[in-house]
Design a protein around this ligand. Structure first.
Ligand code: HEC
Ligand code: HEC
Length: 150
């Protein structure tokens, strides 16, 4: 057993040191791309918000729904929260928006508060607006059948 443990330690440590050499240097690119250290990097292309659409189907039950509309200029700060002007329980009917979930009124100790919990205040921490960007990595994730009819 002892020998086995020592051997696995040796493999683990040597594995740690050999990892960086697995990917060839030219495969690794920083966010600046292949631009040399002295060169100016190309200006990033500013992507547009995806056009407003119907609510987007969820991929798993606990997923914070994706934002199906543009959020251009929607500020969230200490004084005001633009999202709540349409999504709060007092405003949602008039705006035709979904009201924020009941879960958003509970703090981390599950105490139910009279107003939105501070940990849910910054909506875009969890609800992701959409842009016309191609996924960087191919994803073959399939939602579970319970929420998605194939
Ligand atoms: C001008 C009003 C308005 C503002 C401001 C607004 N929304 Fe919306 N939002 C809507 C409407 C309308 C819908 C679509 C409801 C429908 O069609 O069922 C919607 C849908 C959504 C949904 C999808 C809900 C679902 O069940 O799939 C999310 C998430 C959302 N908004 C998040 C946000 C966030 C985050 C902000 C702030 C950055 C925000 N909204 C600001 C009006 C607004
Ligand atoms: C910490 C993550 C988090 C934050 C911050 C957050 N939400 Fe959510 N939201 C969720 C999750 C997860 C769900 C889905 C499960 C649920 O209903 O709790 C959800 C659900 C919703 C829904 C759909 C409710 C329904 O009945 O289908 C709306 C609308 C929404 N959130 C709006 C907002 C708005 C507006 C804010 C900011 C004021 C916000 N959320 C902040 C995680 C978050």
């Amino acid at each position: 057993m002892k020998r086995f443990l020592i051997l696995s330690c040796v493999f683990f440590v040597s594995g740690m040191f050999s990892l960086p050499t697995v990917a060839a240097d030219d495969e690794i690119q920083s966010l600046r791309g292949a631009a040399g250290i002295e060169d100016e990097s190309a200006a990033p292309v500013i992507k547009h918000w995806a056009p407003d659409q119907e609510p987007i189907e969820r991929d798993y039950v606990q997923q914070p729904p994706l934002v199906p509309h543009s959020v251009e200029g929607y500020k969230i700060n200490r004084k005001s929260n633009k999202c709540l002007t349409c999504h709060s329980w007092t405003r949602y009917k008039e705006a035709g928006a979904t009201k924020i979930s009941q879960t958003h009124f509970a703090d981390r100790d599950e105490n139910v508060l009279a107003n939105i919990a501070p940990r849910r205040y910054f909506c875009d921490q969890c609800h992701v607006p959409q842009r016309d960007a191609k996924p960087r990595v191919k994803n073959t994730f399939e939602p579970v059948p319970a929420i998605h009819q194939p």
